[in-house]
Design a protein around this ligand. Structure first.
Ligand SMILES: *Cc1c(COP(=O)(O)O)cnc(C)c1O
Length: 613
């Protein structure tokens, strides 16, 4: 079972000796990296970052666009900026800026805080673009960036922003920034993030407003600073057709604006939207094009329009975020429990004389074999339903009910094992009733918010045992107390996991493609925090683990909510002092326990990890 790694894996990972390995240099297994980190005392979920996968995406974007530019003999250049909103964490951003230096990779900011980040970290000659709603202060900040020497373009979302730019330009110190106009297109993307485009979108200037903007810029003698038009038709553009439509619209607007006298207009900014393949299932792909096709279409169409309208071919700007960031990180979370695991033979307490249906369950359990497995499985589930009804009616007692649950779970386990060499279709046909629930040490709200909010799929697979056939149809439960914290089993997109005995072995699940949006959108539901993170650097000598940042401690997260941690500690101390714990040593011991707990993170600790400490 390959868990679709050939579909979503981007050739970044592969399976060998039953383990998922990183396809780079020494090709370490993810599980070995995880075990090394856990030996150092870091428990709970881990977010692994792979900087070489950031580099790879940057190289790919530039590679394909530069190839298309050569192929079509295109007379404009290509330039990418990274939109900070996709992942602002320092171990991502600093790596990206460093790795993108040779390409002059720039940054895009959508708020004052992001603009400050861009001004602090951007490569010296690389562009900065600014989108989103702006006030006076933010526009002034843009001018400051320009005065500092940055090549900055402020994209105007509405005419009132243009007025503020005109006013600000008069007051500042001479160095005017580049002005971009966001255009409102009729076209929009498709999919769950398609809202950013279209005539009713939140952003951009209509045709009438564009004409007004150019007239104003002319009157105010600022037209020479107008260099770029910008659009963004939504994230994760699933189909290429709407993008092509948008390009035709934008290309023609570009040409028309130049004809109106915007002679320094030289760039079209395509925004983001380049999609990532998240699917684990060939019959359910999340995009219908490749980067190669995307780059070729953009270059070809823009050339065609420019040539037809006899204007210079525009420089191409892209603000791809998801495509650059998604691949670089993997969330690894330990499985804490298989719910059926508590049902062992030792838990079975058959009576001298049992109700007939229970006796029959017992016989099914004793005599089940390969041939009758499916039939016995169905029978046992029917018996269970009858027995539960009998219990409700008062005909069987609690011990009988317990024996029923134990027996049925034992039968399911045996049957699933006996059937494992058969086609999965047979297991699928009964999956709803024989699911195994895996309790996993992580929070969906914190680490996969787009699954919770939008039903976005992320590839999931175990990190090892991949040479064994997984037999359990799995639903995954996180450790929040929220019933939304679950990936339920979906027969259309089935997830099978291994039947592991967690008293003997550990079992880790990897959640892939989580590098875009998930980290900063993640929320502290139940006060679970951003997981412990680390960067894994690979080279020909091996791999190095760097920049470990442990998940926030309990006292830190309480402080984030503006609690006074001192006060909390004093309250606890006082209560312990006033309790009837007579012995001073006991009191001291308990205070010590609380102190340790407050300074540790709030994720659960598996038994094995405790032993390692
Ligand atoms: C969000 C956003 C992006 C990034 O989109 P991706 O789909 O992540 O590539 C780019 N530009 C603008 C203006 C955005 O709002």
């Amino acid at each position: 079972m390959k868990y679709g790694i050939d579909i979503w894996g981007n050739d970044n990972f592969f399976i060998e000796d039953g383990k998922v390995k990183v396809k780079e240099f020494c090709q370490p297994a993810l599980i070995d990296i995880v075990e090394q980190v856990r030996k150092e005392g870091y428990t709970g979920p881990l977010l692994l970052r792979f900087p070489h996968l950031i580099k790879k995406q940057i190289d790919m974007i530039y590679g394909f666009f530069e190839r298309a530019i050569r192929e079509f003999n295109y007379n404009g250049n290509f330039q990418a900026v990274y939109p900070l909103k996709v992942n602002q964490f320092p171990n991502f951003v600093k790596n990206l800026v460093h790795l993108g230096r040779d390409y002059n990779y720039g940054l895009e900011a959508g708020s004052k805080a992001e603009l400050i980040l861009a001004m602090a970290y951007n490569n010296p000659d690389a562009p900065i673009t600014v989108n989103g709603f702006k006030d006076k202060e933010m526009i002034a900040l843009g001018f400051i960036a320009s005065e500092m020497g940055y090549n900055i373009t402020l994209t105007i979302e509405g005419l009132n922003e243009l007025e503020t730019i005109v006013e600000t330009a008069k007051k500042r110190f001479g160095k005017v920034l580049n002005i971009g106009l966001r255009i409102r297109l009729h076209s929009s993307g498709t999919g769950i993030w398609a809202k950013s485009g279209g005539i009713n979108s939140k952003f951009g200037l209509t045709s009438t407003e564009l004409i007004k903007a150019v007239t104003t810029l002319k009157e105010e003698k600022l037209l020479e600073y107008f260099t770029m038009i910008h659009f963004h038709i939504g994230s994760q553009i699933a189909e290429i057709a709407p993008l092509k439509k948008a390009l035709r619209e934008a290309g023609n607007i570009y040409a028309e604006l130049i004809k109106m006298g915007a002679s320094n207009l030289c760039a079209i900014n395509l925004g983001g939207g380049l999609a990532v393949e998240y699917s684990q299932y060939q019959d359910n792909l999340h995009r219908n094009y490749t980067l190669n096709e995307y780059a070729n279409d953009v270059v070809y169409l823009l050339k065609e329009i420019a040539n037809r309208k006899k204007v210079k071919e525009p420089n191409i700007f892209i603000e791809s975020g998801r495509y650059i960031a998604a691949h670089h990180s993997v969330l690894v979370a330990p499985v804490l429990e298989l719910f059926s695991q508590e049902y062992t033979e030792e838990k079975l307490f058959m009576k001298e004389k049992n109700p007939p249906l229970i006796q029959e369950l017992y016989d099914l359990y004793q005599t089940i074999n390969k041939k009758n497995a499916l039939e016995y499985l169905h029978d046992s589930i029917d018996h269970m339903e009858s027995l539960l009804t009998l219990f409700d009616l008062g005909y069987v007692d609690l011990q009988d009910r317990s024996n029923t649950e134990v027996l049925v779970n034992l039968i399911i386990k045996k049957a699933v094992n006996l059937l494992k060499d058969k086609h999965y279709q047979e297991l699928l046909s009964i999956q709803d009733r024989v699911q195994e629930r895996y309790l996993v040490n992580f929070s969906i709200f914190q680490s996969l918010p787009d699954f919770w909010g939008l039903g976005q799929h992320f590839p999931i697979m175990p990190l090892n045992r991949l040479d064994e056939k997984p037999t359990r149809s799995a639903s995954i439960w996180d450790i929040t107390c929220d019933s939304d914290g679950e990936f339920s089993f979906n027969p259309k997109k089935p997830l099978f996991l291994h039947d592991v005995d967690l008293t003997q072995d550990e079992y880790f699940l990897g959640f892939f493609l989580v590098g875009a949006y998930q980290e900063v959108l993640g929320m502290k539901h139940n006060l679970f925090t951003h997981p412990t993170e680390l960067s894994v650097h690979l080279d020909k000598n091996g791999y190095k683990i760097e920049n470990i940042i442990e998940a926030q401690s309990i006292s830190d997260i309480l402080e984030d909510l503006d609690y006074d941690v001192k006060e909390i500690q004093e309250n606890l101390n006082e209560k312990i002092e006033n309790s009837d714990l007579i012995d001073d040593n006991v009191r001291k011991y308990i205070l010590g326990e609380i102190y340790l707990l407050l300074n540790d993170n709030g994720y659960l600790k598996t038994i094995k990890s405790e032993e390692n400490r």
